[in-house]
Design a protein around this ligand. Structure first.
Ligand code: CA
Length: 225
């Protein structure tokens, strides 16, 4: 799998390249928006990790150019924490997914795996199941035991983070980063509030319980026997 990383901050570019290379991807690193078209002409990529704020040409212009040429290469957009309109524009311009900076590399790798699976037609639907809980990430549809559970967008974002990392203990910080436009500093209990809402909707009156507290650390979603 070949990935193009487009990021003008040299340290982040290096770190992205190193991380992806370590995961077994073939990686090309590009620092400017107006160089992307050349890279895409010279090699066949399975995915592009594309920053929005770039010299030469913005990530959004790059993306529109690609889609305008009929290039359907999956694109994972990297957006700023306060750039809500960038994210909306990015999805409108044809991005397949986005990550808000700062992001965790685990999440980047997970999102990328999903994009690549979709790109190769591996999985028909983008969904995950734990016990009788099923989450459809495209349709934002959640069911437990076949019953549809209605969630707010932020509850869904928190659940998505837990489900994509099922079985892994996540810190409140890590979960907090999954919520859009969310200023985590000094508001650490906000994550607890969302977890409480999710438990009420997903776990109350049902077995097995899926959301577990890991004292002093955070939360984990898993089926425990
Ligand atoms: Ca940038």
């Amino acid at each position: 799998m070949r990935v193009l990383v487009v990021e003008d901050e040299p340290d982040l570019n290096r770190l992205l390249t190193k991380t992806l290379t370590r995961e077994g991807y073939a990686v090309d690193a590009c620092l400017r928006g107006d160089d992307v078209a050349d890279y895409l002409r010279l090699a066949q990529y399975d995915a592009v990790v594309l920053d929005v704020l770039l010299p030469g040409q913005s990530g959004l212009e790059v993306l529109r150019g690609m889609r305008g040429r009929g290039d359907r290469t999956p694109v994972l957009l990297l957006t700023a924490l306060d750039g809500i309109s960038d994210r909306v524009k990015g999805l409108d311009a044809g991005a397949d997914d986005y990550l808000v900076k700062p992001f965790s590399f685990d999440e980047l790798l997970a999102r990328l795996r999903v994009l690549l699976r979709r790109g190769t037609g591996g999985a028909a639907t983008n969904q995950a199941s734990v016990a009788d809980l099923t989450v459809d990430f495209d349709a934002h549809r959640v069911t437990r035991g076949g019953e549809v559970i209605s969630l707010t967008s932020r509850e869904f974002a928190v659940l998505e983070c837990l489900v994509r990392n099922a079985g892994k203990v996540l810190t409140r910080d890590r979960i907090g980063q999954s919520i859009w436009n969310y200023d985590y500093e000094g508001e650490s209990n906000v994550v607890d509030v969302y977890i409480r809402c999710l438990r009420k909707k997903l776990d109350d009156g049902r077995t097995p319980k899926l959301i577990h507290t890991v004292r002093g650390t955070g939360y984990v979603l898993e089926e425990r026997s």
